[in-house]
Design a binder for this molecule. Structure first.
Ligand code: FAD
Length: 417
């Protein structure tokens, strides 16, 4: 084959993040000819370091659980902290309804993503790095043609039978063949870095907990990583970031200083790298699939990371995407049916999480969220299930909570009218 004759394969995957690698491992294990293309070279930095308990069975199934445990900090749960009356509330995963595991891990994504990507190669996928997919064409002969360029500018062509887009927030297929809708009610941005000398969550057995500090104008994450490093980030309104005249450092430290609970923990913090920022969220696509392609992970939609749900949603979506691909290769009719179902499930999960994101951003509803009573509605267990990444039972059990917040919202509106 010359570099200009398209290389045929069963499934081509764009992007070697958690979604792409999960799909690649799954499909390669089925004996399919899989090519996964990553524009960067692993290990590469990525934000999003706190996993959920429901990641554990997936990691186990993929055969990488021990490798991930070796690079991670054991995470038994999540705590929410406020500067107002509610104080601190911890949610141990062991109480989650239908818990699939009683813990998760917090990882440096450079290491985590590399484990998954290399595992895809071990499973039999062809892995290409430093190669960017630039164009996806649906040719008149009803075949897919994928153009990619290596770092040195060399053009590579591929003719897969099916395509999975896992290009993350680059949203390649939505940009080239679809529509991306921003969630204007939740238009947020983040500033973050890694720090030393930030104390971990207080209390026995709490040192592995993620802390989510709900503060004026947004929220902070504090994610303990190995080597006494703490990942700290602030998420706030994109507009307020844009209109802040000063430096990124000034903006970050202004928010630290505004919250007594965050300020106390950051008093001796020493940044290990310059602060970074990311904006442009939240969004979702108009459609997750079309003839011979399916979109997975952040390439389809992205939500405020307050519940640390991104990696788990990406991996679950990837398992569904892999199923769609293998069904499509057997029969396009089965593939379409699988794609419709997979899109519906993904949308339902995203809808539940964004509904909760709105609630947790409301100072009054937040109170009920972080101080849930367990009796008689099992609301606390439901919230823990959600924080563990288990959406199905929490959805059922959350119905009373939903009903309550609707009534509460109406009462508020009535009061203000
Ligand atoms: P990605 O991980 O982004 O992977 C996409 C890959 O595709 C990248 O490696 C990219 O280089 C590659 N790529 C893109 N375009 C091309 C192209 N044209 N050709 C080839 N390769 C390409 N999630 C959590 O679970 N826990 C958290 O604590 C958390 N915190 C977060 C905090 C912030 C501020 C943000 C922004 C996100 C956070 N997330 C978190 C979300 C999480 O990072 C993502 O949901 C997750 O990485 C999605 O995985 P993915 O594989 O879909 O995309």
């Amino acid at each position: 084959m010359t570099n200009n004759s398209p290389l045929p394969c069963d499934v081509l995957i764009i992007g070697g993040g958690p979604a792409g690698s999960t799909a690649a491992i799954t499909l390669a294990r089925q004996g399919l000819d899989v090519v996964i293309i990553e524009k960067e070279q692993h290990p590469r930095f990525h934000i999003g370091e706190s996993l959920l308990a429901c990641n554990i069975p997936i990691l186990k199934e993929l055969g990488v659980l021990d490798d991930v445990a070796a690079i991670g900090v054991y995470k038994p749960g999540a705590e929410f902290v406020t500067d107002t009356g509610e104080g601190r509330m911890s949610f141990p995963f062991r109480y989650a309804i239908d818990a699939q595991a009683d813990h998760a891990f917090q990882v440096r994504r450079a290491e985590f993503d590399e484990i998954l990507f290399r595992h895809a190669a071990k499973a039999g996928a062809t892995t290409l790095e430093k190669t960017r997919v630039t164009k996806v064409s649906f040719t008149s002969t009803a075949t897919l043609l994928i153009e990619a360029r290596t770092e040195t500018g060399e053009m590579r062509l591929f003719a897969p039978r099916f395509l999975l887009d896992a290009s993350g927030r680059d949203t390649l297929m939505l940009r080239q063949h679809g529509q991306k809708y921003s969630d204007l009610r939740n238009n947020k941005a983040a500033i973050f870095s890694h720090f030393r000398n930030v104390p971990r969550a207080e209390g026995e057995g709490m040192e592995g907990y993620i802390s989510v500090h709900l503060v004026q104008g947004g929220w902070f994450w504090m994610i303990p990583l190995p080597d006494d490093v703490m990942s700290v980030g602030f998420v706030g309104d994109h507009e307020s970031f844009k209109h802040h005249g000063g430096s990124l450092d000034a903006l970050f430290w202004k928010h630290v200083q505004a919250s007594p609970s965050v300020q106390a923990r950051m008093a001796k913090a020493e940044a290990l790298a310059p602060l970074s920022t990311t904006g442009n969220y939240s969004y979702k696509g108009d459609k997750a699939w079309g003839e011979r392609y399916f979109i997975i992970g952040d390439a389809f939609g992205f939500l405020d990371p307050v519940f640390s749900s991104g990696v788990m949603l990406a991996m679950k979506g990837a398992l569904r995407g892999a199923h769609v691909a293998s069904q499509w290769l057997l029969s396009p009719q089965w593939g379409r049916k699988a794609a419709r179902k997979a899109e519906r499930q993904t949308r339902q999960e995203m809808q539940l999480i964004s509904w909760l994101v709105y609630r947790i951003n409301d100072p009054l509803l937040r109170y009920f969220f972080i101080r849930p009573k367990n009796k008689p509605l099992r609301m606390r267990d439901a919230i823990i299930a959600l924080l563990a990444g288990n959406f199905a039972p929490s959805w059922r059990v959350m119905i009373p909570f939903r009903a309550f917040t609707v009534i509460f919202g109406l009462a508020k509106r009535f009061k203000h009218s």
